[in-house]
Design a protein around this ligand. Structure first.
Ligand code: 4AD
Ligand code: MG
Length: 465
């Protein structure tokens, strides 16, 4: 037992046929008769299994007994062209070492047919299923594509802090970070409130909802940066599109206006989708076959068509004139609900839409005010089946206008002086956006619940694993 291991993703190379090989992995299935047994072995490197053929005249039954679904093996033998259909080659076992058994009574992933809901309860083991193996490989490839895209375009990867004292989106949906003893909080006598000067950082802090504010510091120094990291939102939204902990990619570019920003966003998502189609074909085909026959057509459709670019005001008009009865009534000034976004994308335009120039009241303080004084240079990219996949804007670079907005919204500025300094010293037009990574993975894999595209989802009342 001393041959170098070949990963199963590489074992189907026709040049290996006729050679002695070594594979290691987990048993997916075992079947056969009293002369010969067939074991489907998977090592996570590919959706494909390698078939191990066990000639029972060469092995005694007692040693083979523990080879059940979920057990782990080290197999050596001759790689031969396969007689069976559905595979090109198989291994005729010469030696088999069993690393670990998996009791058939208690191992939860017996053969097939588990619902995604059931597998969510088994998130510690579900990566061993075809579906989650495929999703996690696609997720990994997309993460790589993101770095590749920005690297090829001269962007710098900026690491922004996860612990922060500012609320970028102003939505107040932050998880507090403290080392204070919650049972014995120190109270400031003058105000009667918690005395955070005694807390670890000497002030109230939280987990970040976005790296944008620090991203702007990077962009106004390095020119073009992107962040890619976890973000946290304590929104109590139990929906198939929201996580309490999700990953976000936030490019920020000095001298870009809203049009440059839209161009960048469109090129960026298309690049990622194409990368996945080119590099994860087996996995995407599997997912398409299992869950969504239209998946590959939809991915190609997005690649081949330019996104519609439409001001919010015109979007509202289309919704009002649609004659459709929405659960949430439509009027100028409303924040669009998923049903509205999906109508525009899936029924009206039948392709991705970038909605721009939203009313300032429903967008964050940092967005650039348009000349009408009512709308801001925001841009949301809306996708079929997903709704909002990207949110971004051109930023207000004018110090006075930005301060006015901050005062109108009563944003506590004492912890934001550093942000304002970008507008005080060498301010420049600049723009950026945030892509919700899991929403992109949802789109590319055709999965429908965001809990199924992140290994260990964090949602209200759920932080298991
Ligand atoms: O639209 P959002 O809130 O924008 C920002 O945070 C800006 N600071 C981004 C920027 O301009 N740099 O969030 C950006 C994207 C959304 O479009 C969505 O795809 C995703 O992040 N997102 C979520 N994904 C999963 N779960 C949640 N709870 C999410 N909230 C936002
Ligand atoms: Mg948004």
């Amino acid at each position: 037992m001393d041959i170098k291991r070949t990963k199963i993703v590489d074992i189907f190379d026709p040049n290996l046929i006729g050679q002695k090989v070594c594979v290691k992995g987990w048993v997916r299935t075992r079947r056969g008769n009293k002369n010969v047994q067939f074991v489907a072995l998977n090592d996570g490197s590919t959706i494909k299994n390698i078939q191990i053929v066990i000639d029972l005249s060469k092995f005694d039954e007692e040693t083979l007994k523990p080879i059940t679904t979920g057990s782990s093996l080290h197999v050596e033998g001759m790689l031969v062209a396969s007689q069976g259909k559905g595979q090109t080659s198989e291994i005729q076992a010469e030696t088999i070492e069993i690393y670990g058994t998996a009791d058939t009574e208690s191992y939860p992933l017996q053969k097939k047919g588990h619902t995604l809901e059931f597998l969510r309860e088994k998130a510690h083991l579900r990566p061993r299923t075809n579906t989650f193996g495929a999703v996690l490989r696609v997720r990994s490839a997309l993460a790589f594509a993101i770095h590749k895209f920005f690297n090829e375009r001269g962007f710098f990867y900026l690491h922004t802090p996860l612990i922060t004292a500012s609320d970028c989106e102003g939505a107040g949906a932050m998880f507090q970070v403290t080392t204070l003893n919650l049972n014995e909080l120190p109270i400031d006598e003058a105000t009667g409130k918690v005395d955070y000067t005694q807390d670890f950082f000497g002030k109230q802090t939280s987990l970040t909802v976005s790296g944008q504010l620090e991203g702007e510091l990077g962009a106004t120094a390095l020119g073009a940066i992107y962040t890619f990291g976890p973000t946290f939102r304590a929104e109590n939204s139990n929906t198939p599109r929201h996580l309490a902990e999700f990953w976000m990619i936030e490019p920020e570019v000095a001298f870009n206006d809203i049009t440059d920003n839209m161009d960048l966003a469109e090129a960026f998502v298309k690049y990622c989708i194409k990368y996945a189609l080119d590099n994860c074909r087996d996995d995407i085909e599997f997912l398409s076959q299992m869950y969504d026959k239209e998946l590959i057509t939809r991915l190609n459709f997005v690649l081949e068509n330019s996104f519609v670019r439409l001001p919010y005001t015109e979007g509202i008009k289309i919704l009002q004139e649609s004659g459709k009865k929405f659960e949430f009534p439509v009027s100028w000034g409303i924040d669009l609900q998923s049903e509205h976004e999906r109508y525009l994308v899936e029924q009206h335009f039948k392709r991705p839409v970038i909605l721009t120039d939203y009313p300032k009241e429903i967008k964050a303080f940092y967005m650039k005010l348009n000349d009408d004084g009512k709308t801001v240079r925001a841009m949301d990219v809306l996708f079929p089946n997903i709704g909002e996949i990207i949110g971004g804007s051109e930023r207000e670079e004018n110090y006075d206008k930005l301060m006015q907005r901050i005062e109108e919204l009563h944003i506590p500025m004492k912890d934001m002086w550093w942000y304002l300094d970008t507008r005080r010293f060498g301010t420049v037009p600049h723009s950026g956006f945030g892509l919700g990574f899991e929403r992109l993975v949802l789109f590319v894999t055709g999965m429908t619940n965001i809990r199924d595209v992140i290994p260990f989802p964090r949602t209200p009342k759920n932080a298991e694993f």
